[in-house]
Ligand binder design. Sequence first.
Ligand code: CP
Length: 312
Amino acid sequence: MPKQVKWTKKDLLGLEYLSRSEIELILQAAESFKEVITRKIKKVPALRGKTVVNLFYEPSTRTRISFELAAKRLSADVINVEVETSSVKKGETLIDTGRNVEALMIDVIVVRHNCSGAPYMLSKAVKASVVNAGDGWHEHPTQALLDMFTLKSKFGKLEDLKISIIGDIAHSRVARSNIWGLTKFGANVTVCAPEILIPKGIETLGVKVTNDIDEAIREADAINVLRMQFERDESGVFPSKMEYFKKFAITEERLKKAKKEIVVMHPGPINRGVEMSTEVADGPNSVILEQVTNGLAVRMAVLYLITHAEKE
Ligand code: CP
């Protein structure tokens, strides 16, 4: 009999640091919570008496709302720290903010930060659990978990699926977390972008690299299309929006060459008319809004598991 896996980690910092069994545990728990969020009464008492703080140093719509709602659906108390109107603006460090929040007896800090590694630093400074809601270009673990959950719902498995991640790979924490997660399950991952947006050495993570968009979508079971992060183009090397659309955007025309049932994903927010046409974003192959719904179930699973972690 295989040893039953139990959740033992205080924090969720990235998929690089999780085993396949731990990821499976989250995806299984998310299945149960998906059922909960479709009930007439969508609330369970699993986190009654616990407090979750959302500490977002970068803008967010989906992730922040989703974590807030996940905590509320689990009956936790939730506090959203508005960084713009907090003492962060007076120069308080992340660690000091985290320690002060923790002094109020909170259980979980969900943090999004523009610096890679910020959640790791915070996790070392506080006893509360820390969940990474996206750090710099490093990882966005709950986005990849919800992407994997969505793929598993569609295909019944992740093994041997052909997944192409298309777009601004260089600046994408979503791409990195997806690569760590999907390759642990034996999926075949291809990354596709203009040369300038492919990080050097990415193939060492076990992915295929191409600059040919038609090749990336031809055999794919699913494509995960990333937002072009023009705000990160400090040296002015990005292609123009029009040029990018012409050469790399997912359009109905391009999808004619793909498998009929190809699944089209995007973590959001979408730049319509840049990386994807509106017809595709809202078309029959798109699962973009299903991803958002699944994100709620996945984040409930993560909050549940880290607050019920067993000692190793
Ligand atoms: N996918 C994602 O992280 O979206 P937000 O930036 O709106 O949270």
